[in-house]
Structures are given as structure tokens and as C-alpha cells.
Ligand binder design. Structure first.
Ligand code: SAH
Ligand code: SF4
Ligand code: F3S
Length: 486
């Protein structure tokens, strides 16, 4: 559908400042997109409301990866139905992956929704609101879009931290895991030009950012959609970012094992900023389940890719996602996951119970693992992961590291929490006067209540810049440290 130009004369005069309420679900890409949505509304003079009650525009930025995530949004939409009856002027929008998956059907199930806006259209949300105010009954903008979502000149407003920022480097996925809705809602891989990314990171660094989280659904596929001649790659992007001296840390979220090669492993190893904590989901430790999932690798190939990375970076830590209760997953197949989790020794895991998604090829399979078994397997894997994480942290006791300070420690006065160079949570005492985003040389002394207890080996590296003014007050919906949180 073409975007109608906003007609200012059709916008009714408002006797109060307009406000919007945004609630975000899903992965870090969705949270990042939430920042861009915020910035778009703030630019138009809107104020962000912490509460949906009283907000002029209520938006849900949604996730379709599991049924539960969609049902929560339908529940919240149900609560808004009564409000809409008494206050028909309130504008309700469903944005993101659910909008792309359900499209027109969303209006049928939720007739009080005014806007259904897919993941490739949200930069235009304020103008969609204008269209509704101008008299259009419903606005439906889903699927492919003419313009890229990420602008060459990103508005830096809307960030939740002054010292850490997200930057999308690619969007979409060209793979076809049988359980996954992402490729059908987010489309094929679309990479941003490297210069645009570097310029954006430089602007962030000029505003006091010292850590960037580079985002992509399969970030190591970065560049593969661009012309072969002079094609950029994630490795080369890391090299370019290494030239930004005031940038202290670069995190990558999320890799797919199929795209890992030695060029990338070497680039990570020589990057002074790369956080050696890599989300590289395995999903299952069973070859037969991986085959049914069409993950594109077996456990042997996964091990090879990890070996390649660890040859270059023996201290690299890994994070995995797991699906338990995939159709037909037997006790023996589940036991393979437990074994491989232990063998590879992940530092952290996100465990999900299989949820059949209409529109995926696994939807045709019998969802035959009982809910109670899925739940039990979920708990068992999480419990095992907790034990493994403790063992891994213990291995680094007695070593030196560089800790990036994140926030004052909640439990100890004058202490700060943060992460070591390879992602271990740490806490350092005697830290009065420290600032978030600073890098501190530390000795990791002992296991503590929240990760490793660290001793400062010197003063923190002074920030090249005083952190810029704090970003505008934002509402952190569903705070997430997870790569994927629903
Ligand atoms: N691109 C990433 C993951 C994207 S989706 C990758 O390939 O690893 C985030 C996570 O949600 C997945 O890693 C998977 O563990 C989980 N997930 C995806 N579809 C699911 C489904 N139908 N049921 C349960 N979990 C699912
Ligand atoms: Fe989904 Fe697989 Fe693509 Fe990850 S790689 S987004 S799990 S289809
Ligand atoms: Fe979409 Fe991210 Fe969920 S891509 S389906 S919001 S995990």
C-alpha cells in the first residue's frame, strides 16, 4: 500500500501534548527497533507515556516466534477494547512480526486495532497515525517495503543507555529452519553498507558510547546479499571499527554456525574490542533432531566451527539457544542435548519449549512431546547450564581481565558490576567515582554472589569524552539481557 502524504489540515487540533505508549516484546532487534520508533515519535513532538491509560497512541511491538508471545499481545489488546469504547480517539497499533504474520486477520480478530505495521515499515508510524486521524479507517502496511528501515543518518534519541548502544548491521534470514517463523516475517537478508554502519558507530562514540551491540538475525551472513565485487564481511567490519579508538567494546548478536569461517575467527581474534562471548545457537545436541529442524549442520560440523573459533581465541565463551520438545524428540535425543551442552561448555543458554507456528514446515509434524515433558526438559537443561556456568567462571579465578563497568552493584555500596573481556559477570569493590562505560584492568579473585569478585589493578581508562547528555527518559518495557527474550 502506498503511503499517503500527511494532510496537516486533516489533523484535529489537540488541546494537550500528544503522547504515545510503546510496549516491546521479542528479541534485541525488536528492542532496538523500539528505539527507532521512539525517536520517530519524539521527533514529531510526542511525549512517551509509561502507562497505556491516557496515552493517545498505544503501540505493541510484537514477536511471533512462539505462540505464547502472540497470546500475551492478544490479551493486552483485549484489555484495550473497553478503553476504545469509552475513548474512540485512542489509536491502537500492532507493529512488527505479528503484523507481518497475521496481516489483515489481525483487524478481523481485533476490530479496535487501527494500524497493522510490519517490521519493514515502522519508521513511518507517525504518518500512519496521521492517516488514521485524517479519517482513514485502518492502515495496513506489511511485507516488503520500498525503502530500507535503517536510515543513513540515524536519530540517536531513544537509546536506553548513554554508554551502550545497539546498531543493526543486517536484517532478515536466508535459512529455513523448519520450526522458525522469522524468515517469513522478516524477509531475506538485507545488509547495510559498511560505511553507513561505521559512520553511525562513530556518531555514537562521539556522543559518549563506548560499547556497541551489532545486531543481525544471522549476523555472520552480513554482506552475502551485496555484489561479489568488493563484498563486505563481518570480519572486515570488525577491522574498520577497530580504528575507532574511543570504542572499547563490540558485541555480536547472533551468529549461525554455517557462516563461521577462519577469516571471521581471525578478525575476531585481532579485534581489540570484540567481546569474546558469542551467541551461536546449537538448538539441539542430537543429529536426528538437527536434521528434522533443517539447521544445515550436524553436531560434527558445529564442533568444527567452534574449534576454528577456539583455535584463535582459547578464552572464547559461547552462548546457545535450545529448543526442547521438538516433534519426535525422544529421551535419548534429549540426553544428547544434555551431553553436548556439557561437552561444549556454554557459559549461558536460553531454553525454549517447542511451539508450533502456522506457516512453518514443522507445523505439519505432530507436536507429540507432552507439555509436562517439555517443561521438565526445559528445567533440566537450565539446571545443567547453571552448574556448567559456575565451573566455567571458576576456571578464570586467578587471571587478569578487562572489565567494562555497567552499573553500580545493587548489593554492595561503592561497588560496580560489569563484564570481563569474555563476558563473565564481575563485581569490583572500592569503585567510588567510577562511571558506566569505563574499562578497568582487573584481577579476578574469587567466585562471588553475582559472578566473579574482581580487584582493580589500576584506575579505569579515562573516557575519551564525558558521556553525552543522558538519553531522553524512556520506558524500559520487559528489560532484556537475553539475546532473545519473550
Ligand atoms: N537466528 C537465530 C535465532 C532466531 S529466533 C538462530 O538461528 O539461532 C530465536 C530463538 O527462538 C531460536 O534460536 C530458537 O531457539 C527459538 N525458537 C524459534 N522458533 C521457535 C519455535 N517455533 N518454538 C520454540 N522456540 C523457537
Ligand atoms: Fe530462524 Fe533458523 Fe533463520 Fe535463526 S537461522 S532466524 S532459527 S530460520
Ligand atoms: Fe521477530 Fe525477533 Fe520474534 S525477529 S519473531 S521479534 S524473535
Amino acid at each position: 500500500m502506498a503511503e499517503a502524504a500527511p494532510n496537516p489540515s486533516a489533523v484535529p487540533a489537540h488541546d494537550r501534548t500528544r503522547s504515545f505508549h510503546l510496549r516491546v516484546f521479542g528479541c534485541q532487534m525488536n528492542f532496538y527497533d523500539g528505539e527507532l520508533i521512539r525517536a520517530a515519535f519524539v521527533r514529531r513532538g510526542y511525549r512517551e507515556a509509561a502507562d497505556p491509560d491516557g496515552a493517545d497512541v498505544v503501540l505493541f511491538h510484537t514477536c511471533s516466534v512462539r505462540e505464547h508471545a502472540e497470546e500475551r499481545v492478544h490479551g493486552l489488546l483485549g484489555e484495550l477494547r473497553r478503553r476504545k469504547r469509552s475513548d474512540p480517539g485512542v489509536i491502537v497499533g500492532v507493529v512488527g512480526c505479528m503484523a507481518d504474520r497475521e496481516g489483515l486477520e489481525l483487524f478481523e480478530r481485533e476490530p479496535h486495532v487501527d494500524i497493522v505495521c510490519g517490521s519493514r515499515h515502522f519508521p513511518h508510524l507517525p504518518s500512519f497515525v496521521d492517516r488514521v486521524r485524517g479519517g482513514e479507517e485502518r492502515v495496513l502496511e506489511v511485507g516488503a517495503a520500498r525503502a530500507a528501515v535503517d536510515q543513513p543518518l540515524r536519530d540517536l534519541a531513544g537509546r536506553p543507555h548513554s554508554w551502550s548502544a545497539h546498531v543493526a548491521v543486517m536484517r532478515g534470514c536466508d535459512l529455513n529452519c523448519t520450526y522458525c517463523i522469522v524468515p517469513s516475517v522478516r524477509g531475506r537478508v538485507a545488509s547495510r553498507p559498511p560505511q553507513e554502519i561505521v559512520d553511525e558507530v562513530r556518531r555514537l562514540v562521539d556522543h559518549g558510547v563506548t560499547e556497541v551491540n551489532l545486531l543481525g538475525q544471522t549476523i555472520d551472513a552480513y554482506g552475502r546479499d551485496l555484489p561479489r565485487d568488493g563484498r563486505p564481511s563481518l570480519g572486515r567490519l570488525l577491522d574498520q571499527l577497530a580504528e575507532l579508538e574511543a570504542l572499547l567494546r563490540v558485541r555480536l548478536i547472533t551468529l549461525h554456525p554455517s557462516y563461521v569461517d577462519s577469516e571471521l575467527a581471525r578478525a575476531m581474534a585481532r579485534s581489540p574490542q570484540f567481546l569474546r562471548l558469542l551467541p551461536i545457537p546449537l538448538q539441539s545436541g542430537s543429529d536426528s533432531v538437527l536434521k528434522r529442524m533443517k539447521r544445515g549442520y550436524d553436531t560434527g560440523l558445529y564442533r568444527k566451527r567452534i574449534d576454528l573459533l577456539k583455535q584463535e581465541m582459547p578464552d572464547l565463551e559461547l552462548v546457545s539457544d535450545w529448543i526442547v520438545g521438538f516433534p519426535g524428540e525422544s529421551d535419548a535425543e534429549f540426553a544428547d542435548s544434555e551431553r553436548l551442552m556439557q561437552e561444549i561448555g556454554f557459559l549461558h543458554s536460553f531454553v525454549f519449549q517447542y511451539s508450533p507456528r502456522p506457516g512453518t514446515s514443522a507445523y505439519a509434524l505432530d507436536d507429540d512431546v507432552p507439555a509436562a515433558t517439555k517443561k521438565e526438559r526445559n528445567q533440566r537443561l537450565l539446571e545443567l547450564q547453571r552448574r556448567i556456568a559456575r565451573q566455567r567462571s571458576a576456571r578464570f579465578v586467578g587471571t587478569d581481565s578487562r572489565m567494562l563497568l555497567e552499573q553500580p552493584d545493587r548489593d554492595q555500596p561503592d561497588a560496580w558490576s560489569g563484564r570481563s573481556h569474555n563476558g563473565h559477570p564481575c563485581s569490583v569493590a572500592g569503585a567510588a567515582g567510577y562511571q558506566a562505560g569505563q574499562l578497568l584492568p582487573v584481577h579476578l579473585q574469587a567466585p562471588g554472589r553475582r559472578g566473579l569478585q574482581a580487584l582493580a589493578l589500576g584506575p579505569p581508562r579515562p573516557l575519551a569524552l564525558a558521556p553525552g547528555p543522558p538519553p531522553p527518559q524512556v520506558v524500559a518495557a520487559d528489560p532484556s539481557t537475553a539475546a532473545f527474550l519473550v
